[in-house]
Design a protein around this ligand. Structure first.
Ligand SMILES: [Zn+2]
Length: 275
């Protein structure tokens, strides 16, 4: 496919969290992917949030084999969908070469779209899977710090390939606790949100360079400091360099160093081919 090629002009980036199976990308996905590549976002990891979206993510990977990878799991919002049949289908996906992480999984006690006990059960099953399959965990946490930490700490020594807390939005204190578990941190456009991002901005300089990852979480979380301001509220992987620029400012680093470091980190954690 013509959009599935690599240009060499921009800083190379990997967007570790894009929701390309969202209906908001249904009409113009080839353009979305080619706009991303024009900005140097050569690789993207498509987030699977339940069985159907994980399968759809893998399907997209086969359409764009040079650009896309996928995660497979049940987001805490979808924890109540976990049953024996869907779980065994998920285990099949974890053996697909294009699937590079187990998740999205974790705990979200902010909205409790699934009951907390079902979230805990589902999270624990995914953690156990991370001890059985050589894939990192792609994690989500909202208003569930203590329960999240307790389960992750229990399984962390046996995880075969580590973990990333995607869309980390927490404080420096939360960061310090999690650093003891030696995990990676995915930073989104939340860092540019002047209304609610101050804790994160204070914490960002303390993330070790070798544990830093970046992601748009598109179509969500359009960076609020983009100029000119995009006409649509839909976020796109092509906007990832804007997040890198915000991080570079906060960390007093060059954006090329952020690009290089986060690309190396993503390749290492997700075991992606280097090219
Ligand atoms: Zn999430």
């Amino acid at each position: 496919m013509s959009t599935d090629s690599v240009s060499k002009n921009a800083n190379p980036f990997i967007d570790i969290g894009v929701n390309l199976t969202s209906s908001r990308f249904a009409k113009d996905l080839p353009e979305v992917i080619s706009r991303a590549q024009a900005q140097g976002v050569y690789k993207q990891i498509v987030t699977g949030t339940n069985l159907a979206s994980s399968q759809e993510a893998v399907h997209l990977c086969h359409q764009y084999p040079q650009s896309l990878y996928a995660t497979a799991g049940f987001h805490p919002h979808h924890a109540s969908e976990v049953d024996a049949v869907s779980w065994s289908a998920l285990e099949t996906l974890w053996q697909e070469p294009k699937v590079v992480a187990i998740g999205e999984t974790g705990l979200d006690f902010n909205r409790n779209f699934s009951p907390p006990q079902q979230q805990l059960d589902s999270f624990e099953k995914h953690l156990q899977a991370g001890c059985d399959y050589p894939l990192p965990l792609f994690l989500h946490e909202r208003e569930a710090e203590d329960a999240f930490f307790e389960l992750l700490a229990h399984y962390r020594p046996r995880l075969l390939a580590g973990a990333v807390l995607h869309c980390f939005t927490g404080s420096q204190a939360w960061l310090k606790r999690l650093l003891d578990l030696d995990i990676y941190f995915g930073i989104t456009g939340w860092v540019a949100d002047e209304r609610r991002g101050q804790d994160l901005r204070d914490a960002v300089p303390f993330i070790p360079s070798e544990r830093l990852l970046i992601e748009t979480d598109a179509p969500y979380l359009l960076p609020r400091n983009m100029r000119p301001k995009p006409k649509s509220s839909r976020n796109e992987p092509a906007y990832l360099p804007s997040i890198a620029q915000t991080l570079a400012n906060l960390r007093h680093q060059r954006v090329t160093d952020i690009a290089q470091q986060t690309t190396n980190n993503a390749q290492r954690l997700f075991n992606l081919p280097v090219n």
